[in-house]
Design a protein around this ligand. Structure first.
Ligand code: ZN
Length: 213
């Protein structure tokens, strides 16, 4: 390993990918003596901590036992939304089980109020999220993309806890529930984007201006 004034380069430039890979070797080697499942989780944790070290992220999507696989793809499109053909009504496949259950509960409550909600987009894999991000960059430029699409390791769609609700009238109905059904609108600039958490039933968190705002 190259050195700089007696200090390994990786200690100076620890954010470099090559150094990160080198730094990960001892941890990976250590876990090889333990069960395979443990090794997998530990390796993921190492990778995640490296990602955290190289960016200013506030949360990172990581592989967690019992939660959706960030690498698993969700439906890409799907049936037309029956109340607005401009949108899809995707299956909830791939979302966390608790999200699917809560969504079914929300749909029932909405129907009782005469409202039909559609899932224009739900679960995405890391690859689907990256493709969505790249598409925004191509069409609107990087600055605009950063206002609407998070990178894969920060997206609640990839984690399996986000639904894009359409049309706007049904999203407004869900927003008016103020989290009582577990879903909260998260961003000022996305009236359609909701995330689920059990704790939201006690009240929604403060809304942010934009995904990366
Ligand atoms: Zn969304």
């Amino acid at each position: 390993m190259p050195r700089y004034r007696g200090i390994p380069v990786c200690a100076v430039l620890s954010l470099m990918a090559g150094c990160a890979a080198a730094a990960a070797v001892p941890a990976t080697s250590t876990v090889q003596t333990t069960a395979t499942a443990t090794a997998s989780v530990t390796a993921t944790t190492v990778e995640t901590s490296l990602v955290t070290a190289t960016t200013t992220v506030t949360s990172v999507v990581q592989t967690t036992p019992g939660r959706p696989d960030p690498g698993a793809a969700g439906p890409d499109g799907g049936p037309t939304c029956p109340v607005d053909p401009a949108y899809h009504d995707e299956d909830t496949d791939g979302l966390a089980a608790e999200v699917i259950a809560a969504w079914t509960e929300a749909e029932t409550a909405a129907a009782a109020a005469g409202v039909t909600m559609c899932v224009n987009d739900g679960k995405r894999s890391r690859a689907q999220q990256q493709a969505t991000y790249d598409d925004y960059v191509d069409r609107h430029g990087a600055a605009a993309a950063e206002q609407y699409v998070l990178p894969p390791d920060r997206s609640a769609h990839v984690a399996g806890y986000a639904v894009d609700v359409q049309p706007a009238a049904s999203a407004a109905w869900l927003e008016a529930t103020n989290g009582s059904l577990g879903f909260c609108r998260m961003y000022d600039n996305e009236v359609w984007h909701f995330e689920f958490a059990e704790t939201f039933r006690l009240g929604c968190p403060p809304r942010r201006a934009a995904p990366q705002g």
